[in-house]
Design a protein around this ligand. Structure first.
Ligand code: TA6
Length: 278
């Protein structure tokens, strides 16, 4: 079932239900803000006080950070790019079988995007809702010059408590610590007892998010960088659209092409970033 819905303020989204899962996707940002497998708690975290308003990114789910990850050198431009606050076109939904729904969204250059980023492009997000969540973000260069992108599927995961969460699969990987701007190397599994904001590089295998009562697997393709973020106590208080204690129940593991893993896309060529979560 694919149902088009609108909030009272006209904010448009699509609700998906099949025999394996439920999901909700906003047209702004092609932003998945709910994904739960049948009979299970939501895998994606969504802030209880998130804005659902045009021009503001939803706090939670999977913001699409594109065509730059983090700050732009020009500080007047939006952090994490403009894709997550742009209106995407819904291209179509395919109810492949009773367990699987595939949706495609598209964003192309327009007068507004060309002011912020001087390239012609087509960006497509294909989302497969089944007992796994698959996101495929395809960047095509429609310009006559090459461009460089950095990007992330900035996935917010729900955790029972941040102190119960462990990430496996990044042992011995180099990372840039975005709190100190120092290069470090991961030693063992990742656990949390303070603010963490890191860009891991050279990532080549599946990661596991171990929580108290479940394990979630994250596999990326077309990507060798992963951002791990939890704002902890003080930053959480400063974050927009987050309750003060929200850091306790969320954790971002972001499938990325960031920093050393930024990609150059030549004219008429494409790059695909894929994340498979189950
Ligand atoms: O990916 C981690 C990060 O860049 C953090 O530094 C952080 O503040 C965050 O994403 C959330 O950014 P936002 O622009 O959504 O407030």
């Amino acid at each position: 079932m694919i149902v088009h819905k609108k909030l009272a303020n006209d904010f448009a989204y699509i609700e998906i239900k099949n025999s394996s899962a439920k999901a909700k996707i906003a047209l702004q940002g092609a932003h998945i803000f709910h994904y739960a497998r049948e009979g299970e708690e939501a895998i994606l975290w969504l802030s209880e006080v998130s804005d659902f308003e045009y021009g503001k990114a939803i706090r939670g789910g999977v913001p699409v950070c594109w065509p730059w990850f983090g700050f732009n050198e020009d500080k007047s431009l939006p952090q994490h790019g403009f894709a997550r606050i742009s209106m995407w076109e819904f291209i179509g939904g395919d109810e492949a079988d009773e367990k699987t729904t595939i949706l495609t969204f598209r964003l192309t250059h327009n007068e507004e995007t060309l002011k912020m980023w001087h390239y012609k492009f087509e960006l497509e997000l294909k989302i497969t809702i089944s007992d796994r969540l698959t996101m495929e973000l395809k960047t095509t260069n429609l310009d006559d010059k090459s461009f460089k992108i950095s990007q992330a599927l900035h996935t917010y995961f729900t955790v029972s408590h941040i102190c119960e969460a462990t990430i496996k699969g990044l042992d011995k990987k180099p990372y840039l610590d975005a709190l100190t701007w120092k290069n470090e190397v991961q030693n063992g599994d990742i656990t949390f007892n303070q603010e963490v904001d890191r860009v891991y590089q050279e990532v080549d295998s599946e990661m596991v998010l171990k929580d108290k009562n479940r394990e979630i697997y994250i596999k990326n393709e077309g990507s060798s960088s992963v951002v791990v973020w939890n704002p902890w106590i003080e930053k959480c208080k400063r974050m927009s659209a987050m309750r003060d204690d929200a850091y306790q129940n969320m954790l971002c593991i972001e499938s990325a092409n960031a920093f050393l893993d930024a990609r150059v896309v030549k004219p008429n060529e494409s790059h695909i970033l894929r994340a498979i979560i189950h």
